[in-house]
Design a protein around this ligand. Structure first.
Ligand code: AMP
Ligand code: GLY
Length: 424
């Protein structure tokens, strides 16, 4: 019966991909996006709503008689949206506030990992510049300083020399650049190796691997320029060999699920494991308690099963009986950004040629529908997606689309997936 009403919380490319997939689901009658974007307005009902206000979300969920809420970004999860909706008898997919600390507190995550012997870089909790200085004098440079709290992906500073170290201390403790997020910091050994992300869905007891991906975080080609939310990704990555995957499952995913269960907060939701491979072993750089953006835009199109049933199987604790079917193809997404991103950029530019693009090949991020025109409203504007039999093929397809769409000030990296080709 295709009568279920699903609400996706969030407004980025990740949420557009979720909504697109749910819209195709036989069991789903109507998708709602709170607040959604110009892309989701084509097939879902966008609801204007402050996603960091739990009461406002509940009001909309009741008003539209929503059967299932899917939370995209980390902020509402850290804000306890799952606990709040559950106490109001609403079906919601995502970890509770306690478990969301795996992302919202870097130190919480490090401490749990230490307790359960999960491989991670050496770290030390520090709450003042003096304490960090002591660690630096002890370990030497390079070191990594991470704000404990959420800092919109900007709270990590790699200090390779005295200058960057002193700047980091100033930013974290004197200028309070991250507000309360940097009251405490995790000072970490700096690891060197290849990075990849492994995505799992979890039902509190069991998990299934959705896929693996590699993000491209720097703004410019060859991993240069400032850090961004992500300029492109591909899935799966050849870095995820059987050996790396089985080590990640046994040494990282299983123990962290056990940990959350032991602490009385069984983990339900997406688990994003960001790892670095050092000497052929995976070390946890970070956990996120949600899917990645733009990684979702390559992982979700490769999922063959009903996304709605998968989410429901997790909520009913029935994941064990699900036989996940994932396409063996490769997907590449390229972010089309507004000139200036991740710093200041213009908004309001009209986007052309979108109607020439095949369904499922573009997910909107920073766009709005105004007077039947799609205009830019954010830094990361669109995600084009190419799917191919192999990485090379998928790259070619994605770049064809990236060239085709136009808006004033469009810029994108020209080397998405190139690293992946070099691993083969
Ligand atoms: P995060 O926000 O925790 O993912 O950190 C952002 C980026 O900083 C990661 O993708 C890594 O490239 C880098 N990073 C974070 N922690 C470490 C570490 N301990 N050693 C080396 N690089 C790190
Ligand atoms: N693309 C990185 C993230 O979603 O955290």
């Amino acid at each position: 019966m295709s009568d279920k009403r699903v609400m996706v919380i969030g407004s980025g490319g990740r949420e557009c991909a979720f909504a697109w997939k749910l819209n195709k689901d036989n069991e789903v009658g109507q998708v709602y996006c709170a607040p959604g974007n110009g892309g989701t307005s084509a097939f879902a009902i966008n609801i204007d709503c402050d996603i960091n206000n739990n009461n406002e979300i509940l009001e909309q969920v009741i008003k539209y008689k929503i059967d299932l809420v899917l939370v995209g970004p980390e902020a509402p999860l850290a804000n306890g949206i799952v606990d709040f909706l559950k106490t109001n008898d609403i079906n919601v997919f995502g970890p509770d506030k306690y478990a969301s600390q795996l992302e919202s507190s870097k130190l919480f995550a490090r401490e749990v990992m230490a307790e359960y012997n999960i491989p991670q870089p050496k770290y030390k909790k520090c709450s003042s510049a003096e304490e960090v200085l002591e660690v630096k004098n002890d370990w030497g440079l390079p070191i990594v300083i991470k704000a404990d709290g959420l800092a919109a992906g900007k709270g990590v500073i790699i200090c390779e020399d005295e200058n960057s170290f002193n700047e980091a201390l100033d930013l974290m403790f004197k200028k309070s650049g991250f507000g309360d997020a940097s009251k405490s910091v995790s000072v970490e050994e700096c690891l060197y190796g290849e990075e990849l992300s492994i995505f799992a869905v979890c039902d509190g007891q069991d998990y299934k691997i959705l896929n693996t991906a590699q993000d491209h975080k720097r703004a410019y080609d060859n991993d240069l320029g400032p850090n961004t939310g992500g300029m492109g990704a591909y899935s799966p990555t050849p870095l995820s060999t059987e050996n790396i995957l089985s080590q990640t499952e046994n040494k990282i995913i299983k123990p962290i699920l056990t940990a959350m269960k032991d602490k009385g907060h069984p983990y339900t939701g997406f688990l994003y494991v960001g790892i670095m491979i050092v000497n052929n072993e995976p070390y946890v750089i970070e956990f996120n308690v949600r899917m990645g953006d733009p990684e979702t835009q390559v992982v979700i199109p490769l999922l063959k099963d009903s996304f709605y049933s998968l989410l429901n199987s997790c909520l009913s604790g029935n994941l064990k009986n699900v036989n996940l079917e994932i396409s063996s193809k490769t997907a590449v997404t390229i972010v089309l950004a507004a000139d200036g991103y991740p710093n200041s950029y213009n908004k309001g530019m009209e986007i052309f040629e979108l109607d020439q693009i095949e369904d499922g090949s573009v997910f909107h991020a920073g766009t709005t529908l105004v007077d039947k025109k799609i205009i830019t409203s954010g830094g990361r504007v669109l995600n084009v997606v190419g799917i191919g039999d192999n990485l090379k093929d998928a790259i070619l397809k994605a770049y064809k689309l990236a060239e085709k769409i136009s808006f004033e000030g469009k810029f994108f990296r020209k080397d998405i997936g190139k690293k992946g080709l070099s691993y083969k």
